[in-house]
Design a protein around this ligand. Structure first.
Ligand SMILES: NC(=O)c1ccc[n+]([C@@H]2O[C@H](COP(=O)([O-])OP(=O)(O)OC[C@H]3O[C@@H](n4cnc5c(N)ncnc54)[C@H](O)[C@@H]3O)[C@@H](O)[C@H]2O)c1
Length: 448
């Protein structure tokens, strides 16, 4: 099939590379000409495991191409995916739909023949109606079926998620689109991935409902962790005991510094606004957002407490900056609030992250960066593990201690075992585990 994808970011690029790998003929379009020029040279503008290889193979095979000219790509396409950003609108938290609407206007001017326009961007309920209206108003002759096809991939495991999804949701209002979308995803359907057809508004709602629910699940276990600390229980054992119940499931039950990233913060905000617009408040989601906001800053206070209540003039080493491992994405990462909280109290903060340092330096004024975990430990009064990259899971604790000014380790991801760290002479703080708890060992699922 001939497929055009507007937006070559995390979602558009992964979608394009994977659909080309299924054998489709895919053109990815981005208005960022520098990004397109880099992609044409085979350079990948984002860090996502295995993406470079997949793009290279399909570029070489002639199934994948890149352009900044939308018109030509859309004119020849049977399906046009919209995969542009829908960030929080400045000031009010609504999803900013200006990029989606702009693509709709451009698509209207270029479509020829029956074309399915599939919105992959996360958009509020009713956006598909508006996209259809924009296209019809701009080009009354256009024969277009607008469908909702939300994306559920996780950064860091995006290709695996796209190729082996739990489900593919497609919201259609025009029956002709059902056959087209079935054909797009036929290779996955053969792999038994359930293709769930719904109405368009329902599909749009499923995406927000799923993200808000996961954000609530994380926030629930984070609050539970605080209660466990106060009551002398171990949150990791509580999570395991809960998660073994099939009705609950063990994923997204790892206590930590609060959720961040490119989706949960903005999507929970947007869902609250959608609820307000429909006069149907999303109170659980509102509370989730408030708890999470407070938590990120509270993590800085936790570090300060571990340093004896004062960090002015002290050097704090930070391990991990991205919102989760295996991505270079710094959007809404908890590290931003944590580092700022420490800088505000007069600390010097030196961080190391395998992929996120350039973006983090641009976001956080005053942040210094080191070249490795051991470099960051040099002369540090405390080390804070913020993002559980694999390379931080089995650090040489004796080497760290020898490098540090004071052996203080704050493990916000419960990667280490208390007894092991204590044996090396560290003062150790983790999340929701009483002193002496020993069954940590990196239970956190790095791919979440
Ligand atoms: N990142 C994720 O993990 C993830 C997962 C599921 C869903 N989503 C959703 O997918 C959408 C895209 O997210 P992302 O993380 O890929 O965003 P992104 O910011 O990485 O990429 C968006 C791209 O669209 C381009 N763009 C903007 N306007 C354009 C236009 N008019 N024509 C062509 N290109 C244009 C930008 O230059 C940018 O490269 C969002 O709605 C997001 O909520 C993201």
């Amino acid at each position: 099939m001939k497929i055009a994808i507007a937006g070559a970011g995390y979602v558009g690029l992964v979608t394009g590379a994977c659909l080309a790998d299924f054998g489709h003929d895919v053109v990815c379009i981005d208005k960022d000409a520098g990004r397109i020029a880099a992609l044409r040279r085979g350079e990948i503008p984002i860090f996502e495991p295995d993406l470079a290889g997949l793009v290279g193979t399909n570029l070489g095979a002639g199934r994948l191409s890149f352009t900044s000219e939308l018109a030509g790509a859309v004119a020849g396409a049977e399906v046009v995916f919209i995969a542009v950003g829908t960030p929080s609108r400045r000031g009010d938290g609504h999803a900013d739909l200006s990029y989606v609407h702009a693509v709709a206007r451009e698509v209207a001017a270029s479509v020829s023949g029956f074309t399915v326009v599939a919105t992959k961007s996360t958009v509020p309920v009713g956006t598909g109606d508006e996209v259809a209206r924009i296209i019809a108003a701009a080009n009354p002759e256009a024969d277009v079926a607008v469908v909702s096809n939300p994306e559920f991939l996780r950064e860091g495991a995006a290709i695996e998620d796209f190729k082996r999804p739990d489900r593919i949701v497609v919201g259609v209002e025009d029956e002709r689109a059902r056959a087209v979308m079935t054909e797009v995803y036929r290779p996955l359907y053969l792999n038994q991935a359930p293709l769930v057809f719904t109405g368009r508004r329902t599909a749009e709602m499923i995406k927000y409902a799923a993200n808000a629910f996961l954000a609530m699940k994380i926030t629930f276990i984070n609050e539970m962790a605080d209660l466990c600390e106060a009551a002398g229980a171990d949150v990791q054992q509580v999570a395991r005991g809960m998660g073994l119940d099939n009705r609950i499931g063990g994923k997204f039950l790892h206590a930590g510094p609060g959720f961040g990233g490119s989706c949960f913060p903005k999507d929970t905000q947007a869902l609250v606004r959608i609820g307000e617009d429909f006069g149907s408040p999303m109170r659980l989601v509102e509370t989730t957002i408030a708890i999470n906001e407070q938590r990120k800053r509270a993590m800085a206070r936790r570090v300060i407490a571990a340093c004896g209540g004062e960090v002015r003039g002290k050097t704090i080493g930070v391990l991990g900056l991205t919102f989760k491992p295996n991505t270079d994405d710094m959007r809404e990462a908890p590290s931003i609030d944590i580092v700022r909280g420490l800088l505000d109290k007069g600390a010097r903060v030196v961080a190391y992250d395998p992929q996120g340092m350039a973006a983090a330096r641009a976001l956080i004024e005053g942040l210094e960066c080191g070249e490795s975990a051991y470099d960051v430990a040099e002369g540090a009064d405390a080390l804070v593990l913020v993002t559980e990259w694999n390379e931080f899971r089995s650090l040489d604790l004796a080497r760290l201690k020898a490098a540090m000014a004071a052996p203080v380790l704050v493990d916000l991801r419960n990667v280490y075992r208390h007894d092991e760290v204590a044996r090396h002479g560290f003062a150790y703080t983790s999340i929701g585990r009483p002193v002496g708890a020993g069954d940590g060992g990196g239970l956190a699922d790095a791919a979440e």
